[in-house]
Ligand binder design. Structure first.
Ligand code: SAH
Ligand code: SF4
Ligand code: F3S
Length: 456
């Protein structure tokens, strides 16, 4: 039996795509391995969102070349967003890549892997001491966009039996000026709601208690009279599903109807990731985010009024071209106003081909200033986050146990999506347990099982 190893970078959509690829390869008789040196096929599923993400992958693919020495038959492929962005040029990079494949082409995965092997000659083997140009010359690049591809009918092979990613949408119709996603993943494509519900029912039947609905702008979902609030409610009504989350909603498509669905459906987790990107209207305008700070804050108020205590998180970019001190200070101020439970904070990274590259060169924020702004924003956020976490110590929360903790014990999440580690038997993985939060690192909790279960 042939073995496949897939290493994943980037967002949840990419994790979900890797599960899809494992499913596609399983159909062809491949098994999964978590050791690249044991694999016949190594795929690196990549992200293109920032330059740093791409540099890491180049370094990693370079490292993986060592495996060719012991196993000259191995096929090394690069898939995902960076593969789509860099295309054929990637074949000759990082010591040589056998196959480059974009996010719309995974149905062809098995066929193209077979083609790569066939192109190596009758023995299907690369001669020893291959150079990157020689590997590239035999390599394949599969980069076609398919405006209808949403992988309907392809069964994913999921990593977790506790919490499942369920993609409901691929691609993106927004054109935020900094962002590469629409250029590597194409326009928005929404899946049939009945197919989504069938998938969720099958997961529930397998005993999976938690699902997270995925899309780049998940709440813009629309399909034959269905909108996102309706789909969310229906998913929450599937028997056996006890927690529903979704990511990432766009503030612009965030409606009162959605707030009502979240508030009224007890199985929808009281947690919201609502990317703001900047706290100043001029920056938001240059980013083409299509909302104002005031509109964003009003929506946060709706959410908090309907669901007091809801856990909030966001994404922010600092150092976007033209960002003045005043604009940056407004972002700090917004963080102090909203007080997020969690935040993903980034320094702007220029992406070739995106509209922001055409902003006047003298508007680009020097790297040192961008780094200093990021550092201060991180410190500001961490202090707020630590205060929030500290204030929650002593509470008892329902925790879904996901896995063993890194330093022993168990690890799970609260409804608010906060990580808790505590002592307990591994048999509790996949179960809900009441845990008293006894301490915090400032961004995670430690706890103790509470009540009857602890005594048992
Ligand atoms: N579709 C999601 C975001 C996906 S990318 C949404 O719209 O919310 C995840 C995050 O990466 C973005 O929210 C943004 O904060 C960040 N990001 C995107 N492009 C970036 C760039 N060029 N430089 C730095 N950060 C970027
Ligand atoms: Fe990128 Fe904007 Fe689309 Fe999100 S909404 S994926 S940030 S273009
Ligand atoms: Fe990265 Fe692609 Fe996701 S660029 S953030 S892996 S959609």
């Amino acid at each position: 039996m042939k073995r496949a190893y897939i290493e994943t970078y980037g967002c949840q959509m990419n994790i979900s795509d890797s599960e899809l690829m494992h499913g596609i390869l399983a159909e062809q008789g491949f098994s999964t391995t978590d050791k690249p040196e044991d694999a016949d096929v190594i795929l690196v599923n990549t992200c293109a969102i920032r330059d740093h993400a791409e540099q890491r992958v180049i370094g990693r693919v370079g490292q993986l070349q060592q495996i060719r020495r012991d196993n000259p038959d191995v096929v090394i492929g690069v898939t995902g967003c960076m593969a789509q962005r860099m295309g054929e040029s990637l074949l000759g990079r990082a010591g040589g890549v056998d196959m480059v494949m974009g996010p719309d082409a995974y149905r062809q995965l098995s066929d193209k892997l077979a083609e790569v092997v066939a192109r190596r000659g009758p023995a299907g083997r690369l001669p020893m001491s291959q150079s990157a140009p020689a590997i590239a010359a035999r390599g394949l690049a599969v980069l076609g966009f398919d405006p209808h591809e949403n992988y309907e009918g392809v069964a994913a092979k999921r990593i977790s039996a506790v919490s499942a990613w369920v993609p409901i949408q691929r691609g993106c119709n927004y054109r935020c000026t900094y962002c590469i996603v629409p250029y590597v993943r194409g326009d928005e494509k929404n899946r049939d709601p009945q197919a989504i519900l069938d998938e969720v029912r099958a997961l529930a039947a397998d005993g999976v208690p938690e699902v997270t609905l995925l899309g780049q702008t998940v709440n813009s979902y629309e399909h034959g009279g269905w909108n996102f609030p309706r789909l969310l409610r229906e998913v929450a009504h599937v028997d056996g599903i006890r927690r529903v989350r979704f990511t990432s909603p766009h503030p612009n498509d965030f409606t009162r109807e959605l707030v009502e669905a979240m508030a009224e459906e007890p199985r929808v987790c009281k947690q919201l990731h609502l990317p703001v990107q900047s706290g100043h209207n001029r920056t938001l305008k240059r980013m083409l985010r299509r909302y104002t700070v005031e509109e964003y804050l009003e929506k946060i108020e709706w959410v908090r009024a309907a669901m007091p205590g809801i856990s909030l998180s966001t994404d922010v970019i600092v150092g976007f071209p033209g960002e003045t001190d005043e604009e940056y200070e407004a972002t700090l101020q917004l963080m102090r106003t909203v007080r997020y439970d969690d935040a993903f904070l980034y320094k702007y990274s220029l992406r070739d081909g995106t509209p922001a590259t055409r902003l006047p060169a003298d508007q680009f924020v020097p790297d040192e200033i961008g780094s200093a702004r990021l550092q201060r924003l991180i410190e500001t956020h961490r202090a707020i986050q630590a205060e929030i976490y500290q204030s929650e110590v002593g509470r008892t929360e329902e925790v879904l146990v996901e896995k063993e903790g890194k330093r022993g014990g168990l690890q799970g999440r609260t409804g608010g999506n906060k990580v808790v580690t505590f002592e307990g038997p591994v048999g509790l993985i996949g179960h809900f347990v009441d845990v008293e939060l006894t301490g915090t690192s400032g961004s995670t909790f430690v706890g103790e099982m509470a009540g009857a279960l602890a005594a048992a």
